[in-house]
Ligand binder design. Structure first.
Ligand SMILES: [Zn+2]
Length: 282
């Protein structure tokens, strides 16, 4: 553009004026032109303003996306912990049932022992006595075994009760964190909505100071980059978007604010640092 040829923006402008006179389009263009007579400097300032506002809106959108995820993660974690609690409770019930069965077994064995004791006083011979004695010993062993099982199972229940307490505590801690997070999220969403409205209003205002063609170019460039930057400042002799070096001649043209200048490498609209730094959005 240093050779004096009109830049892309000037060419666009010329194309726009090649409408036939008296056509409906021409009249509309004339009206629009009379409304939108802004200097390049004004347009650039508006574009920088718009870029800054939209970058803020982008930030809000990113934030909005992450917060509900945090809450959802916590909810998932609590669901997992509750499933664990249920599992431990079921295990405790199982062991309790087992203890009851063993107690029942002890009762039965003791009843048998009593029965054998009675029988042993009426035995006819030594062999019968020994046979009954053997049965009694078996039942006594049965009782001892059951008692051992009950002891082990009782210990197991005590261990599981500790785990259950831990799980319950963990759940209630997480639930209170979740409730706080939810309240925080609602507050932030409400604040974001307010901020978003505020910035959307400002964006509309800034847009009204840029002609539609330039605005369309800006939006097209913005959409083509993930960071949403269409207007960048020249920083340390390089494009602030792609870091490609900008020659001194081009830099001085950029500073003059007479033409809309773009980066040859990335196509972004370039402004000087001073112009960019003078604009602040709140
Ligand atoms: Zn660039």
């Amino acid at each position: 553009m240093a050779n004096g040829k009109p830049g892309w923006f000037m060419r666009l402008k010329q194309n726009g004026q090649s409408q036939l006179p008296n056509s409906k389009h021409f009249k509309q263009n004339k009206i629009m032109a009379s409304v939108k007579e802004f200097s390049v400097e004004e347009k650039l300032s508006s574009l920088v303003t718009l870029q800054k506002i939209e970058s803020k809106l982008d930030e809000i959108h990113i934030l909005k996306g992450e917060l509900p995820m945090e809450v959802a993660d916590l909810e998932d974690e609590i669901t997992g912990l509750k499933a664990r609690q249920t599992r431990i409770e079921e295990e405790i019930n199982g062991v309790t049932e087992f203890i009851a069965q063993r107690n029942e077994g002890i009762k039965e064995a003791q009843a048998l022992i009593k029965k054998y004791e009675k029988q042993s006083s009426n035995v006819k011979n030594n062999r019968e006595f020994e046979a009954i004695n053997k049965e009694m010993e078996m039942q006594q062993l049965e009782v001892k075994l059951a008692e051992k099982h009950i002891k082990d199972a009782t210990e197991e229940i005590a261990e599981k009760a500790v785990l259950l307490e831990k799980a319950k505590k963990n759940i209630s801690t997480k639930e209170s964190v979740l409730n706080n997070k939810k309240a925080e999220l609602e507050k932030i969403i409400a604040a974001n909505e307010k901020e978003e409205k505020h910035f959307n209003k400002q964006a509309a205002e800034a847009k009204s100071h840029v002609d539609s063609r330039l605005l369309a170019s800006y939006e097209k460039i913005r959409k083509s980059y993930r960071n949403g930057l269409a207007v960048v400042a020249v920083e340390r002799d390089a494009c602030g978007g792609c870091f490609n070096a900008i020659p001194p001649q081009k830099q001085s043209e950029i500073k003059q604010h007479k033409k809309v200048m773009i980066c040859e490498n990335c196509g972004r609209i370039l402004v000087d640092e001073e112009l960019a730094n003078n604009i602040e959005v709140k």
